[in-house]
Structure formats: C-alpha cells, structure tokens
Design a protein around this ligand. Structure first.
Ligand code: DC
Length: 221
C-alpha cells in the first residue's frame, strides 16, 4: 500500500447493483479494512424518517425530524453499521420495497446529506481507533467526490444494465435500479458521478473474484 502512515482510505462509488457491496466487503476481508456501506446509511435513515412520518415531498419539515435522531456506530465483524437512537434496523427492513422506493428521494434532500456528512467522515477516526484495522473502505455515490476526495484510492464501478438487473433479481429484491440511478445522477446535491481521477472498473464481464483481484492488485502494488 502506498500510504506511509500505513492507514489507507479507499473510496468505492458506482450506481445501484454495480457490485460495490460484495466487492468492498471482499476487499475489506483481504486487506483487513473496516467496511462502511453508505447506501445502508441512507437506507437506515430513510427507514427512520418514514417511521417518524416524514415525507420526501415535504422537505421543509425534515430538519426538525432529523434533530430527534442520534447517530452512532456499531461494529460487527469488519462492518461499521449506523445506529439511530441506539437501533440498527434489520437488513430486511432497510431493503424493503418501501425503502427502495423512497431512499433516492430522501438522499436528494440537502438537509439529509448534511446530516450524514460529518458522521460519514468521522468513520475514518472510528476505523483508526480500532487497532485491528489497517484502513477504511467506504462505498457509496459521493465518497470519492465529496466525503473523501483525498482518499488514497478512489474507484468507480459500473456495469451494463442487464447484468445489474440480474444481480438484483438474484438478491430477491424488487428495485428499479435505472430509475434510482437517474434520480441519484440528476440531483443537485452530491450527484452520482465518476470523480475526476478515479479508477473506472467495469464489473459486468468479470466474476466477483476477478474484480477483487484487480482492485487489490492496484492497492497493494
Ligand atoms: O447503494 P444502495 O443502492 O444501497 O444505495 C441506496 C440509495 O442511497 C441510492 O439510491 C442513493 C443513496 N446514496 C447516496 O445518495 N449517496 C451515497 N453515498 C450512498 C447512497
């Protein structure tokens, strides 16, 4: 690895179902990194906001609802999970059709992104504080552009739409990824972009192992 401090920050961005999570988890395992899925942050927050009766079409009241939510981190294996008011919701709850249908709408709201910004940046210190990790791998849509623009390594994953739809179906999820990508790419606040200087990786033609091998090769070169 290139960082002389020995602690690396690795940013992984890309659209829905481009393989970010499986790839990031496998790299975390190989290189002993703490893994953070910021898509899960937006999903967890969406779940809490819906539970509190918030509506993405009424963004003006959201800052008041956000004030009642306390964010913290629970470490489970190599993954750092977001807890809200002491609760980490079940995976099935944050990947439900209702959350799928609303998460991009909430994620486009400035106050929601501001609310998560400092929390997400603070995860670098959380990883440093856990002596066993040699770095942090964070995946999302704006990690290499907004959250950690100076990350040691920034990757941008992409794949053709048929491959992505097949992956979601295999996960048993109802999710219109093209629609979410459109919302994520066209929003004003932190849109999904390939950050300048990021390394583009086409995950369509490669099996997971091939993608992991390729990225680990770049990091450890
Ligand atoms: O990675 P995912 O599909 O679980 O992400 C869910 C949604 O969260 C996605 O449609 C957009 C939003 N998101 C975001 O806006 N910024 C991030 N850094 C991560 C996710």
């Amino acid at each position: 690895m290139s960082d002389r401090s020995g602690f690396n920050i690795i940013a992984v961005d890309g659209g829905a179902a481009t393989g970010k999570s499986s790839t990031s988890r496998a790299i975390a395992e190989r290189l002993n990194l703490m893994h953070v899925d910021t898509g899960a942050h937006y999903r967890t927050l969406t779940f809490a906001l819906l539970d509190a009766g918030a509506d993405p079409e009424a963004p003006d009241v959201i800052p008041t609802v956000l004030k009642s939510l306390k964010l913290d981190t629970t470490i489970k294996g190599r993954s750092a999970l977001l807890s809200i008011n002491g609760d980490v919701p079940a995976d099935a709850d944050i990947r439900s059709p209702q959350v799928n249908a609303n998460v991009s709408k909430f994620a486009a709201i400035e106050s929601v992104r501001e609310f998560l910004f400092n929390y997400q940046r603070s995860q670098a210190q959380v990883a440093r504080d856990q002596a066993e990790f040699s770095g942090l791998i964070m995946e999302g849509r704006d990690i290499g552009s907004i959250i950690f623009p100076s990350a040691d390594f920034r990757f941008f994953l992409f794949a053709d739409e048929a491959t992505r739809a097949a992956r979601r179906a295999k996960d048993g999820q109802t999710d219109s990824i093209a629609e979410r990508d459109k919302l994520d790419s066209q929003r004003k606040a932190a849109p999904l972009v390939c950050p300048e200087g990021a390394i583009r990786v086409d995950t369509g033609p490669l099996p997971l192992e091939g993608v992991v091998e390729h990225i680990c090769g770049i990091i450890t070169a």
